[in-house]
Ligand binder design. Structure first.
Ligand SMILES: Cc1cc2nc3c(=O)[nH]c(=O)nc-3n(C[C@H](O)[C@H](O)[C@H](O)COP(=O)(O)OP(=O)(O)OC[C@H]3O[C@@H](n4cnc5c(N)ncnc54)[C@H](O)[C@@H]3O)c2cc1C
Length: 428
């Protein structure tokens, strides 16, 4: 097995697919009693070694679905393994929706929140901020419940936990009545976008953009709620365009740039030219989800929103210096600050800058150069994406690290959920 990108090989001695909470609990108890390690995997879309183990790996693929809906409160409780696509459909059937989503919908809800996955929009926090209660099986095999009212500190630790506190069995989400969104894809000028980011974020529900290296071209995506209009009207055209432009043609260009590194600039320019002017109107859970067939490696850093213009200027200078043979566009998104201990957006309104490299190429020199820029501005890495931080650096970047650490040790005193990667970033 590998993760989605293929950069992490997974070789567990035992792969378990529990179908009930009791089966999950028994797996944890067995590992704890035998002094073994245990990890849980969602859809394997993280780029780091988070899910790696030589012993038991638990998948909740057979533990999906709706547990309860509280219409009066607008809340829904779902099983931890539920994939976002299914979750969106189940909520829609109840007249509900999640207030915001990221770029794809194949992740599990527990995997999504455990790394602080996010979308874009200055009015919205990471997806973990939509969680109002959690249930998980800790390292002692105990089933724990937490929420802002019941064990609030445990809740703040569990909202983004990197799978280090236990196996999340249920997630209760604050939902909103179902709604439709219109997303507008446009080709625009970098300088004009950089000069109007504040305005675009204020005037639109969701704004993000991709910058194509060595060019003045950006692909903007601007999304707003619409009351009228036929959902999915343009789906066939959108699907074809997404499949051909964003995937098959792009893959061919990635191969060209890999074989002829001097052609990266040309490839970036060609890709920039093919940015579609395209609108898509659909139910909220379908609008953001894109198909990603071209495999890449990714690093994404959270930086304070106030520092974004300066950080992005430094990134543009570095990329345009042509020290690195890269061509993938750089993605820029905005997220509201939160109070979750290990959330990259802890305590600050944030911008996220994501850099990608074709999966068959070495990403290290490029990512390390960018990482030093991000870190110079107080950057914090997305927990599902590549970075080089060690425990000391994580502790420095996260004001609530000590509290998270204390809670982790009470929930998993024998460290059965710790693998080598988590030891490096969490364990002193
Ligand atoms: C193509 C692609 C697009 C992406 N788009 C975005 C995006 O738009 N925004 C964004 O922020 N991120 C994005 N990501 C990153 C992705 O959302 C995160 O890596 C997310 O954690 C993946 O979810 P998963 O279900 O695959 O979890 P996995 O990668 O399988 O696991 C992630 C972590 O969650 C833990 N975990 C999983 N299930 C449980 C459980 N039941 N209980 C406790 N812990 C658990 C695992 O142990 C691990 O530590 C993208 C990744 C890819 C490959």
């Amino acid at each position: 097995m590998t993760n989605w990108a293929g950069n992490v090989a997974l070789r567990p001695s035992h792969l378990a697919y529990p179908a009930t909470e009791t089966e999950i609990q028994n797996l944890v108890l067995k590992a704890a009693n035998q002094g073994q390690k245990i990890r849980v995997i969602g859809t394997g879309h993280s780029f780091t070694d988070l899910c790696k183990t030589e012993q038991t790996l638990v998948s909740l693929d057979r533990y999906q679905g709706l547990v309860a809906v509280d219409r009066a409160k607008g809340q829904a409780t779902v099983k931890g393994g539920t994939k976002l696509k299914l979750l969106g459909e189940l909520l829609w059937g109840e007249g509900l929706a999640m207030e915001n989503l990221g770029d794809i919908d194949v992740q599990s809800i527990a995997g999504t929140i455990s790394t602080g996955t996010h979308g874009t929009g200055t009015a919205f926090g990471t997806i973990s901020t939509q969680v109002v209660a959690l249930k998980f099986c800790n390292g002692k095999g105990e089933i724990k419940r937490c929420s802002p009212a019941e064990f609030p500190d445990l809740f703040k630790a569990a909202q983004v936990s990197l799978g280090a506190l236990g196996i999340i069995t249920e997630v209760t989400l604050r939902c909103v009545p179902s709604y439709k969104l219109l997303i507008k894809n446009r080709k625009e000028e970098l300088d004009s976008v950089l000069g109007s980011i504040g305005e675009r974020n204020r005037q639109n529900r969701n704004f993000e953009y991709y910058w194509f290296p060595y060019t003045q071209t950006v692909w903007t995506k601007t999304t707003n709620v619409v009351e009228s209009g036929e959902p999915d009207r343009d789906n066939y055209f959108n699907y074809l365009s997404e499949l051909i432009l964003e995937n098959y043609s792009f893959k061919a260009l990635c191969e060209l740039a890999r074989m002829f590194p001097s052609q990266n600039k040309l490839v970036s320019r060609i890709t920039a030219q093919s940015v579609p002017t395209m609108d898509k109107l659909s139910h909220s859970h379908k609008v953001f989800a894109t198909t990603r067939l071209v495999k890449f490696k990714e690093m994404e850093y959270n930086v304070p929103a106030a520092a974004y213009p300066e950080v992005m200027r430094a990134v543009i200078r570095l990329v345009n210096s042509e020290q690195f043979a890269i061509h993938f566009p750089i993605e820029n998104r905005w997220v509201k600050g939160d109070d979750i201990f290990m959330s990259p957006a802890y305590g600050r309104d944030s911008a996220y800058i994501a850099c990608h490299v074709y999966s068959k190429k070495d990403s290290s020199p490029y990512f390390e150069a960018l990482e030093s820029i991000f870190r110079a501005y107080g950057g914090r890495p997305h927990w599902g994406k590549l970075h080089t931080l060690t425990q000391r650096e994580v502790a420095d970047a996260y004001p609530k690290f000590a509290e998270f650490d204390r809670i982790r040790k009470t929930q998993d005193p024998d460290g059965i959920f710790l693998n080598a990667y988590l030891k490096k970033i969490l364990d002193q």
